[in-house]
Design a protein around this ligand. Structure first.
Ligand SMILES: CC(C)(COP(=O)(O)OP(=O)(O)OC[C@H]1O[C@@H](n2cnc3c(N)ncnc32)[C@H](O)[C@@H]1OP(=O)(O)O)[C@@H](O)C(=O)NCCC(=O)NCCS
Length: 369
């Protein structure tokens, strides 16, 4: 197959050239690229870049795929790489991939490149289905996928391997030739401005830097008792933190930390679990460190996250369950605008195979009250 040049508006896709060796080796030495493109050598040398340009990329073309340099159309400077692989002719399908040099990130380069590859593959190769497979925790690439008109399809278990040869899950985004190509909305919208605050509490999405604080919070017996899922181990908490962005984009959950608005200190956590998108019903849960209790922080956080869910995320019913003994949590919910709705017997799994009653609260979108 002939290598070709594709005009992608803000970017140009062109064949790799020997003059690109220096920029490729500098870009591919980046730790994010090593993390999310485990098939690339690490450390990455000039020799690796030369092999890619003279042997690897031409081989991709020979295999009916494509491997381009993504360059600035005005200066021809290398901004990244993009390509197509794993062509399955019988399904009219192939995979799209890309990386962007650290010096060109957060400027729409990957989005423009993915769009250019997709347009070319549909137009020039007659393909009808393009897959974009990302690491389960690669929020940046998943945002690129949505921005380039790919819809999240689901998790492909064990579809990839990490640098050590272990199987890893990949999240599949797909764009069909028949799709509009318009940006696809994330499952849950971002907080306007990145965080929410009422001057008392601030809530923002969890990051990996919060893992130790969260682990300590969930080790407290009174917090651990209210957890229905596994949370106790450092490994679980690291994964939970790393997955926050992807879970948010998937529309599964919005996991946040609660900060004391005055000092920015870590005070606790709150999460919204979008259990029933079809009926537009979500569930919230929260916990505070003891030294931050009694200051209305949980009330503020419950109000902030439910206001956002009802006003921005299309949720109509925000629910919260409380154990029968947990009068403190019910007081928080009443103050945050929730009302008691149901006493549900044996609703929740308890320790050692027991079941626990659940007193349910709900806050309903204003227009349905
Ligand atoms: C993923 C990667 C290609 C993104 O490239 P980029 O050119 O910076 O992406 P864009 O500028 O087109 O950004 C697209 C969207 O992602 C968001 N985004 C980009 N990097 C992000 C990050 N690190 N964290 C959160 N969001 C991010 C942008 O804000 C933008 O969102 P918007 O459309 O809502 O405004 C780049 O970070 C990279 O090369 N990473 C390492 C290799 C890799 O992961 N390749 C993909 C393997 S599947």
């Amino acid at each position: 197959m002939n290598e070709t040049i594709v005009d992608g508006g803000a970017v140009r896709l062109r064949p790799w050239a020997e003059r690109d060796v220096e920029e490729v080796s500098r870009a591919c030495g980046d730790p994010e690229i090593a993390r999310y493109l485990p098939l690339l050598p690490s450390p990455y040398t000039a020799g690796d870049a030369r092999w890619w340009i003279t042997t690897g990329a031409p081989a991709a073309w020979q295999a009916d795929g494509a491997a381009w340099a993504v360059v600035d159309p005005a200066t021809d400077r290398v901004l990244g790489g993009a390509g197509m692989s794993h062509v399955v002719a019988g399904r009219g399908q192939a995979e799209v991939g890309y990386w962007v040099a650290p010096w060109a990130r957060r400027q729409g380069v990957a989005t423009a490149a993915a769009r250019a590859v997709a347009g070319w593959a549909f137009r020039e190769r007659g393909l009808v289905r393009l897959e974009l497979l990302t690491a389960a925790t690669n929020e940046a690439s998943q945002r690129v996928a949505l921005a380039a008109g790919f819809t999240r399809e689901g998790v492909r278990r064990g579809a990839g391997t990490d640098r050590f040869g272990e199987r890893v899950d990949l999240t599949a985004f797909v764009r069909l030739a028949a799709d509009s190509g318009d940006r696809v909305a994330p499952g849950l919208p971002d907080f306007p401005g990145g965080q929410l605050t009422d001057g008392n509490a601030t809530i923002r999405p969890i990051t990996v830097a919060d893992a130790d604080d969260l682990l300590a919070l969930h080790a407290l017996p009174e917090v651990a008792k209210t957890n229905l899922g596994p949370r106790g181990t450092a490994e679980f908490m690291r994964l939970r933190c790393e997955s926050t962005g992807a879970d948010w984009l998937a529309g599964a959950r919005a996991n946040c930390v609660i900060l004391d608005a005055a000092t920015g200190a870590f005070a606790g956590d709150i999460g919204l679990f979008y259990q029933e998108p079809f009926t537009r019903q979500a569930l919230i849960g929260y916990g505070l460190r003891p030294e931050f209790r009694g200051r209305g922080l949980a009330t503020s956080a419950a109000r902030l996250i439910s206001d956002w869910a009802l006003e921005h995320a299309g949720v109509i019913r925000v629910c919260a369950g409380t154990f029968p003994y947990n009068e403190a949590s019910r007081a928080v919910l009443r103050r945050a605008g929730f009302e008691q709705e149901a006493y549900m017997k044996a609703k929740l799994p308890g320790p050692d195979g027991t079941r626990i009653d659940d007193i349910q609260f709900v806050r309903i979108a204003e227009r349905f009250r």
